[in-house]
Design a protein around this ligand. Structure first.
Ligand code: 5GP
Ligand code: ZN
Length: 136
């Protein structure tokens, strides 16, 4: 995918501030961070999003996220973190190559990452549960 920013970062054609790399993933600093120390875990293979990634690879990615998050916490001294992953334009995805955001949170940092919850009845919750109940 020669026109994909993250494919170019993975291949080294575009530069990036890389903090870790293995055969499947590349971990870089976000160039336009939401907060100090905002990290992106990129999947090396070009897949657009969660609907395309191999589920086992997604599992290995989340294992790596847990290791990296702890190391970041020790090095940067923050207490809290948002983990974010956008899938599709409506959900706010802007680079269509799978990546996981690790965003450190510092006391009084003023970053806004929240939504207004819907007010649903128990019957509405149950109707949705029935739609989504599954065997995998
Ligand atoms: P998305 O909105 O798709 O979930 O996140 C894309 C992220 O990629 C954004 O946080 C944006 O700041 C970051 N980004 C966009 N272009 C570049 C780039 O060239 N280099 C790096 N390191 N990050 C980028
Ligand atoms: Zn790509």
């Amino acid at each position: 995918m020669s026109d994909c920013i993250f494919c170019n970062i993975v291949s080294g054609a575009f530069s990036s501030a890389t903090i870790y790399e293995n055969d499947e993933f590349k971990v870089i600093l976000d160039r336009f961070p939401a907060n100090e120390g905002h990290v992106l875990i990129l999947v090396k293979e070009h897949v657009a999003n969660l609907f395309e990634i191999d589920p086992d690879k997604a599992g290995r990615l989340f294992r790596l996220a847990a290791l990296i998050a702890r190391e970041m916490k020790t090095r940067l001294g923050f207490e809290h973190m948002n983990v974010m992953q956008n899938n599709g334009t409506i959900a706010g995805q802007t680079v269509f190559h799978f990546h996981l955001h690790l965003i450190p949170r510092y006391e009084n940092d003023g970053i806004q990452i929240h939504y207004q919850p819907l007010e649903l009845t128990d019957a509405q919750i149950e109707a949705m549960r029935k739609k989504l109940e599954m065997q995998l």
